[in-house]
Structure formats: structure tokens, C-alpha cells
Design a protein around this ligand. Structure first.
Ligand SMILES: [Fe+2]
Length: 389
């Protein structure tokens, strides 16, 4: 989890009365809400509202977001050219599911308009990798500014509204995670601080910096997603009515260009790129870096068969040394059990190179991923044969 943070007005002791100015509102106190993970067992924050966060005027069904999984008759590699997806909808309802299993769904979103209603994912953390535009994520924790190449980590049950500086250029990859998304424990020392050898530091994680307390006694709707079910809640007041909070549970950003690649004399295995971890998959960042410096080093990866893992790469920026034919926003899926590796010619071509400018996000899942019908529409069916001379 990101480091402890506090913003705004909080009382000296938790679960004691936080009194507001005489006559300001209701009962003369701010209303405490404890937001937690894993029941009450893991990271939490304590939030103080102007009004109780529990006042609901209406609960209505709002439809379902079913994922149309393709029943594929053969095991094969996929190359999804996701820039050919049409722009549609907003950052929530413009999402197109591409790859899924019981733990995680990968969505692409190419929005054509700003987010309409407030939205909350009740059962999954969301990691949104953004490029093409910056913007702001508004939550009860305050305003979180994001910029291109940020991962925005949004804990489950965070109600949010995303604004984009340039919606017509925004490209979002949404990693919807059933398990909790965390910083890999191996990067932490026993005191909970990031180790000196970790590929990033506490300063690279950015939480909300500005609290904008919305004091509005008016009906506000929030669409809540739990699994495929959508429910529309009409609240009696705006939920971003927070005067202060502290804790270790809040949305935060980490920029891929702040990743400090670990390089070696010869090829380093993929885990050195690891950025986030869950019980069911990992997220890695392939960031611009120096290439291997042994005089006879092979500077692109070896062929391998992804034993017990399905490997997804989302190509973001730069030239990808080991691949041919991929373009910005391409997604490849290399499933378990069949080898993939550098494309023909790339080993020799990489000999004179001293560094790579590639930027890619990798998601390695421990259970098989299934492409959706939407994925097949942007798939290049010749990709499995692309390793032939
Ligand atoms: Fe691989």
C-alpha cells in the first residue's frame, strides 16, 4: 500500500468527536467513516464527512455489463490492434473488455466524452494506465492529478469521477482486479519502507494533494458495479463532502517513467520489471533502459513458454526491439504452453544497440485468460505465424 497520508482537518484521536463550528451543520460533529481492505485486517483510512455517508434516497437496477467471452477452439497467440477500436462513451461506459478470467479483466477505453455520473467499483480494485491525456480523478479523498503514462490505482469502493484534459486523445487500459493490488512485499524492508534496491521510492507515489469539500445537500447518483451487476444509488447529499482524512488507503498514481529499471550484464528475467502484485497476477513496467553490456550479450529476451502464466503486453511508446508488427496500443497475449520469443532478425538488429526506448505494460496472470468477442474483432489472425522467416 502507499505511504501514510493525511489531508485536511482530523481530530487528535481516532473515533473521538470531531466537532465542527457551532451551528454549522446537524449535530455539531463531522461524521467518521472508516474505509478498509480485507475486512478490517489490512490498510484503511479514516474519513470525516459533513453529513453521514449512509443517506440513500433511491436504489434502482441499472443493468448489467456482461462480458461476451469467445469460445476459442484452439490455443494460440493473439495480437489485438486496439487503436482500431472506435471512440465511444465515457471513461466508464466506453470500456471494452478484451481479456478476462475469474480474477482480472482487461478493458480498453477510448472515450469520446467526459465521465457522466459518479462511479464506484464495489468488488474490484482498478488500475488505469493512461496515455494520450492527463486529467484529474475526483474522489472524497480530494483531487488526484494524473499525467500521461501514469498508473492510477483506485481501491475498490472508491467513488470517483474522472476528468480528462484531452478526451479525444485519451487512451486508457483498465485492469479490473478481484484481488487487492499491492506493492510487491519483496520491495519492502521489515519496517515497511521501500528497500534501497527497489525500482521506485515513496516519493514516486502520488496521492490526492488538494481536498475540495463539496457541501451540497442535493440528490446525487452513483452507479455501483459489483461483478457484472450495475445499481444506481441516489444519495441525499454529495459524497465528496470530506473535511479531512488520514490513513494508507486512497487512490494514487505512479508514473511509468519514474520506474527505475534494473539492468544487467546479461539478460535479466521479467520479474525485475515488476511494479504491482496481486494474489492472481502481476503488473510489470518495461521502461526505457540500458541494454545488457556483456560484449556478446543477446540483447533481446530468450524464447520461452510461459509455464503456468498467461502473458499480456500492452505496447505504449517507442520501438519494441524483440517484436515486429506491433504498434502503439497493440496488445499481445502469449498464453501458457506455447513458445514465443524474439521475432526473426531482431537478435542481430539489436547487436549495436546500447539502450531501448520501449515502454510497455505487462500483465502476467496465473490462471488462463480468455479473449472476448470484442477482442477477436481487432485481432490479427496471422500473428501466430509471425515467427516464420
Ligand atoms: Fe514473454
Amino acid at each position: 500500500m502507499p505511504p501514510y497520508l493525511r489531508l485536511g482537518s482530523i481530530p487528535p484521536k481516532r473515533h473521538t468527536e470531531h466537532r465542527c463550528e457551532p451551528g454549522f451543520l446537524g449535530e455539531g460533529i463531522y461524521y467518521e467513516e472508516v474505509v478498509t481492505t480485507a475486512g478490517f485486517s489490512r490498510a484503511y483510512s479514516i474519513v470525516y464527512h459533513l453529513r453521514p455517508p449512509t443517506r440513500v434516497r433511491r436504489v434502482e437496477p441499472a443493468g448489467r455489463l456482461e462480458i461476451d467471452v469467445a469460445s476459442e477452439p484452439a490455443l494460440r497467440h493473439y495480437h489485438l490492434k486496439t487503436l482500431s477500436l472506435p471512440r465511444q462513451g465515457d471513461p466508464i461506459f466506453g470500456r471494452v473488455p478484451l481479456l478476462t478470467n475469474a480474477d482480472v479483466t482487461l478493458w480498453r477505453c477510448r472515450p469520446e466524452r467526459p465521465q457522466g455520473e459518479l462511479y464506484r467499483n464495489a468488488t474490484a480494485d482498478e488500475v488505469i494506465f493512461v496515455h494520450g491525456s492527463g486529467g484529474e480523478l475526483h474522489t472524497m479523498f480530494g483531487k488526484l492529478v494524473f499525467r500521461p503514462f501514469d498508473y492510477i490505482v483506485i481501491p475498490r469502493c472508491t467513488t470517483y469521477q474522472m476528468t480528462l484534459d484531452n478526451p479525444a486523445r485519451a487512451e486508457l487500459l483498465i485492469i479490473e482486479s478481484g484481488p487487492i493490488v499491492e506493492i510487491p512485499p519483496r520491495y519492502l524492508n521489515p519496517d515497511g519502507q521501500l528497500r534501497l534496491g527497489a525500482p521506485y521510492y515513496e516519493r514516486d507515489f502520488h496521492g490526492p494533494k488538494e481536498l475540495t469539500t463539496v457541501d451540497r445537500e442535493t440528490d446525487v447518483t452513483v452507479v455501483i458495479k459489483d461483478g457484472s451487476r450495475l445499481t444506481r444509488y441516489t444519495l441525499a447529499s454529495h459524497p465528496f463532502d470530506v473535511v479531512g482524512w488520514d490513513g494508507m488507503l486512497y487512490p494514487y498514481t505512479f508514473n511509468a517513467d519514474d520506474f527505475e529499471p534494473i539492468t544487467g550484464k546479461i539478460h535479466q528475467p521479467p520479474p525485475i520489471h515488476q511494479t504491482f502484485e496481486t494474489k492472481a497476477f502481476v503488473i510489470c513496467t518495461f521502461a526505457p533502459r540500458l541494454l545488457d553490456y556483456h560484449p556478446h550479450a543477446v540483447k533481446v529476451p530468450y524464447a520461452h513458454s510461459n509455464v503456468e502464466a498467461d502473458e499480456v503486453l500492452y505496447y505504449v511508446r517507442g520501438r519494441f526491439g524483440s517484436r515486429r508488427g506491433v504498434e502503439e496500443a497493440s496488445i499481445t497475449l502469449h498464453p501458457r504452453g506455447i513458445p514465443h520469443g524474439p521475432h526473426p532478425g531482431t537478435i542481430i538488429a539489436s547487436r549495436p544497440m546500447t539502450h531501448t526506448d520501449e515502454l510497455a505494460v505487462m500483465v502476467d496472470t496465473f490462471r488462463p485468460l480468455h479473449p472476448t468477442q470484442a477482442a477477436l474483432k481487432v485481432d490479427d489472425p496471422t500473428y501466430p505465424y509471425s515467427w516464420l522467416e
